[in-house]
Design a protein around this ligand. Structure first.
Ligand code: AP5
Ligand code: MG
Length: 217
């Protein structure tokens, strides 16, 4: 069973790795960031609540985020496991996930923490371009699309995320250090934390993560 949490600061490469991991292990990729962006695009009440918070780099309140994840994890496609990306990112969220895991009989059994130094994160966030349709992520130098400005997967025009500016990034990083880094310790104390160097290329980290997760049963 692979009930996995993917952690790391903004720009660590969570989203870049998650799609291939989810396909390899036939588990859903559940990104709270993607779910909020979808809600914003569709102008739902959740999207209206989250839009300004996300644009400035702050965290959406715990009760809203926990309710979203609780509902998602109860879906049938999570029966064989799940890959959470960007959740939990506060201690109350981690405690809530413990409860949800117990209730659905699928407690987290591995936490992957991707570490990348700040100066590399700044460069990655500054150069990131994303597909608004399928969520694929690129970089203007490190991970270029085949055709400039177009998504390799679905051909849509690539955009820059609203929170990928210097000001919001500073807030996101600050929130990460203050609120999310303690979540790593939370899982370390449970013996579930596995730390990986995210500074190599996409394929290098992917190989290491496949090797680790292939052994997890
Ligand atoms: P979210 O969407 O989760 O954003 P984030 O955590 O800030 O992380 P990013 O998506 O920016 O980084 P990533 O690690 O996925 O990097 P990527 O793979 O794209 O959350 C957004 C917002 O939603 C939050 O700020 C908050 O407001 C709200 N939210 C979400 N979850 C929440 C929660 N649980 N509670 C409360 N609020 C929540 O890679 C980045 C760039 O680097 C790309 O350009 C990529 O091409 C490049 N790259 C990736 N890997 C490599 C590599 N190995 N080598 C070279 N380049 C690479
Ligand atoms: Mg992401």
């Amino acid at each position: 069973m692979r009930n996995i949490v993917l952690m790391g600061p903004p720009g660590a490469g969570k989203g870049t790795q998650a799609g291939d991991l989810a396909s390899r292990y036939h588990i859903p990729h559940i990104s709270t960031g993607d779910m909020f962006r979808e809600a914003i695009k569709n102008k739902t009440p959740l999207g209206q609540k989250a839009e300004a918070i996300i644009a400035r780099g702050d965290l959406v309140p715990d009760d809203v985020t926990v309710a979203l994840v609780k509902e998602r994890l109860s879906q049938p496609d999570c029966a064989e496991g799940y890959l959470l990306d960007g959740f939990p990112r506060t201690i109350p969220q981690a405690e809530a996930l413990d409860e949800i895991g117990k209730a659905i009989g699928r407690a987290v059994n591995a936490v992957i923490d991707i570490t990348v130094p700040e100066e590399i994160l700044i460069d990655r966030i500054g150069g990131r371009r994303v597909c608004p349709k399928c969520g694929a992520s690129y970089h203007v130098r490190n991970m270029k699309p085949k055709v400039e400005g177009k998504c390799d997967v679905c051909g849509s025009d690539l955009i820059t995320r609203k929170d990928d500016n210097a000001e919001s990034f500073k807030v996101r990083l600050d929130n990460y250090y203050r609120q999310t880094a303690p979540v790593s310790d939370f899982y370390k104390n449970k013996g579930l934390l596995h730390t990986f160097d995210g500074t190599g290329g996409k394929e290098k980290l992917q190989g290491v993560l496949f090797a680790f997760l292939d052994r997890l049963s």
